[in-house]
Design a protein around this ligand. Structure first.
Ligand SMILES: [Zn+2]
Length: 334
């Protein structure tokens, strides 16, 4: 059975010293301090240690093959978005990352698909790089759940989504720059509490801001099974019904109507939650994702799904078909 893991991260083995080049900022660089490992340094502070499976395309192929996975959709690590930077510097960084990721696909066309990154803080440059991503063969882009604390319904982002629809580019929304980060650093809460909230923030912003309503052909997938959105859809719908003066100010369509109109990955770490997600979002909208190679991900790449006793057609849909639909690609590609 074809298995495509649509949520994985990759980084170039060697990054230019963008902070030195541009003369400011907490741009990430890598220090390869021992064989097979590198430290990600943010500005001049240690951010995280990564292993060679974060950059080595061949090593990754061998590793995910042990979980019967043939293809990874790769995208950058969200800390690389750099939306806080001067837009033209972010454009240069984005171009570097996009060329690198496109080269990975060109070297291993049967094993990789890739999503680009664009300087969202400058819609004009963002669309310019979106068009270039299309021209170098990327089927979509990854963006953050907020853009420098602005929600995705902010009017300046609308032309970017409009361009994604016009260019037939898929969008993957990934939590980052987590709300409340500095008030809850202990216990890894930005990842455990902040990330699911961020993803719900992104979905609610796009639903209530009328993005999906105005762009019905825009194909968006949200990370981590949509975060808190699906488990709290009852509350969100009730809020829409009881306080339309607060909630329905830009779009008067019930938020539940949008279930089944966007994609989500399956990263729940919980079979009962996945069952609920499948019933709520629809079996045609849940995609196999892992967050490989990071430890909070499902590094057995969907093994729990095979133990769930789901109909074979549903498993096939989760493992490959739904992702190909989201990216508007044919199974025949593989
Ligand atoms: Zn991720």
């Amino acid at each position: 059975m074809l298995k495509i893991d649509m949520h994985t991260h990759i980084i170039p083995e060697h990054l230019p010293r963008f902070a030195e080049k541009f003369g400011y900022g907490d741009f990430i660089h890598l220090v390869h301090h021992k064989p097979g490992f590198a430290n990600m340094i943010k500005g001049d502070k240690f951010f995280r240690e990564i292993e060679s499976n974060c950059w080595d395309a061949k090593e990754r192929i061998k590793e995910y093959a042990t979980h019967q996975t043939q293809v990874q959709v790769v995208c950058t690590i969200p800390v690389m978005f750099s939306y806080w930077a001067n837009p033209k510097d972010c454009l240069e960084l984005s171009r570097f990352l996009n060329d690198d990721i496109a080269a990975t696909v060109a070297d291993h066309p049967k094993n990789y698909l890739a999503l680009g990154t664009i300087p969202m803080q400058d819609p004009h440059l963002a669309i310019q790089e979106l068009e270039r991503c299309k021209s170098i063969g990327l089927p979509g882009i990854q963006i953050g759940s907020n853009i420098n604390d602005k929600n995705l319904n902010a009017p300046e982002f609308f032309p970017i989504f409009e361009a994604c629809q016009a260019l037939n580019m898929a969008v993957f929304v990934h939590p980052w720059n987590m709300m409340g980060f500095h008030s809850m650093e202990k216990y890894w809460l930005p990842w455990l509490v902040g990330m699911p909230a961020e993803t719900s923030r992104a979905i609610c912003s796009m639903v209530f801001g009328g993005i999906f309503e105005r762009l019905p052909k825009l194909r968006v997938c949200f990370a981590h099974a949509g975060g808190a959105f699906l488990p709290t859809i009852g509350r969100i719908e009730h809020g829409f019904n009881c306080r339309p003066d607060l909630v329905a100010v830009d779009n008067d369509v019930n938020p539940r109507e949008y279930l089944g109109k966007f994609w989500i990955d399956c990263i729940t770490h919980d079979a009962r939650m996945l069952q609920y997600i499948l019933e709520t979002a629809g079996t045609d909208k849940v995609c196999l994702g892992s967050d490989y190679p990071f430890p909070l991900g499902d590094l057995e790449i969907g093994a729990f799904i095979e133990e769930m006793d789901l109909p074979k057609a549903t498993v096939e849909a989760i493992f490959a078909k739904n992702t190909l639909k989201w990216l508007d690609l044919e199974t025949a590609v593989f």
